[in-house]
Design a protein around this ligand. Structure first.
Ligand code: SAM
Length: 363
């Protein structure tokens, strides 16, 4: 879940209810009737997995890249016996975990309340902690990125992954600050960002919201995970199988929206250039015609749900195939920020100049 607001400290309860599942009612209604083998690629506190099991799934494979999420589930997963199978890993490889064609897949993108609310995980600009932000608790941390990336690469990350218009100013301030001493804590980074921006008016979000989102996306290679996860889901589902994706910000919702339009033959590109009729090549049919948003009651009960959107598609018989990330509106970074071999930023050769020139003068 995407969380931009500070939340009161909450303990992680033994029954894993610290994270409130978002849009779960509309999701179960849209994908139902539920039966067979489902995969939850973002297991978290297991709220979706439990709801699927309660709704009629015979078995659920729960995947999470955060070892802590699966450790927490050990306290209750046995209640479901062999109906619930937990796998540590990335959902970009979800087609390798199931062992058979799936009846449904759910992805609830972003970070969980457990991750956000624990200062030690370093996701929150509202609580002091080490500048970490790694969902998998391994690899390059946010501190590594912030202290080693070039000023240009930092500005590009902030602009393209956070839609931060003051990206160059903030990148310059980060580079100036780290010349004195490394930036190691969340509040240090939040203060550097805040000093570059006007004081927020009442009701406006914290000035560091967009920068923290951008750095988190880069550290966790979230866009390449999403594209590869959507493609893996297309390969893994049986005909008639359901794919439900919940997003929390406009950049990831745009990717999911365009994926479903492209794969259902409903985008301009497919209709104009595909030689075959769309109904013969469509890999999905749209179950939700637009995005489903939480109602006022859900937002009042769980303010963190307010920016969530649900989109659902149903797999057809057409064979799976590759997807061009450029058709999905994936933000392209003009400069590489890789400092470790496992990074997989989505880059498309030849589009860097276009992306660079499009932003000229805007920051
Ligand atoms: C919003 S929470 C999911 C909450 C869950 N639906 C629930 O009801 O408890 C997102 C979870 O997905 C995990 N996650 C995010 N990206 C992932 C990826 N690419 N592969 C596997 N897990 C991922 C995070 O570690 C986090 O635990």
């Amino acid at each position: 879940m995407e969380h931009s607001d500070p939340a009161p400290d909450r303990p992680i309860s033994p029954d894993n209810q610290a994270h409130i599942p978002v849009l779960i009612g509309p999701l179960i209604a849209a994908v139902g009737p539920v039966s067979g083998h489902w995969l939850d690629g973002t297991f978290g506190a297991g709220g979706y997995a439990r709801a699927l099991l309660a709704a009629g799934a015979q078995t659920v494979t729960g995947v999470d890249r955060d070892p802590l999420a699966l450790q927490m589930a050990a306290a209750w997963a046995h209640e479901y016996g062999d109906r619930l199978h937990l796998v540590p890993g990335n959902f970009s490889e979800l087609d390798q975990y199931a062992g058979e064609a799936l009846d449904g897949i759910v992805l609830d993108l972003g970070v969980s309340s457990m991750q956000l609310d624990q200062a030690a995980r370093g996701f929150s600009f509202a609580k002091d902690g080490p500048l970490d932000m790694r969902m998998a608790q391994s690899g390059e941390s946010a501190a590594d990125l912030v202290n080693s990336a070039s000023e240009e690469a930092l500005a590009d990350i902030l602009y393209h992954y956070g839609e931060e218009r003051a990206s160059r100013r903030i990148a310059r301030a980060i580079v100036a600050a780290r010349a004195t001493a490394p930036i190691t804590t969340t509040l240090q980074l939040a203060a550097i960002v805040s000093a570059c921006l006007p004081r927020p008016k009442p009701g406006q979000s914290h000035p560091a919201t967009r920068s923290f989102q951008a750095i988190r996306i880069a550290v966790n290679t979230e866009f390449s995970e999403l594209i590869e996860g959507l493609m893996a889901a297309e390969r893994a589902l049986k005909p008639g199988g359901m794919l439900a994706v919940v997003t929390f910000h406009s950049l990831e919702d745009r990717i999911v929206k365009r994926f479903f339009l492209n794969r259902s033959g409903n985008d301009a590109q497919t209709n104009r250039y595909a030689p075959e009729r769309a109904e013969d090549t469509a890999r999905f049919t749209l179950v939700t015609k637009g995005a489903v948003a939480p109602d006022a009651e859900e937002i009042a009960r769980n303010p963190r749900s307010r920016s969530s959107k649900l989109r659902v598609g149903q797999r057809t018989h057409a064979p799976a195939g590759p997807v061009d990330p450029a058709a999905l509106g994936v933000p392209v970074l003009p400069t590489s920020y890789n400092t470790r071999p496992t990074h997989k930023p989505v880059q498309k050769a030849g589009s860097a100049r276009k992306a660079g020139s499009a932003r000229k003068g805007s920051r």
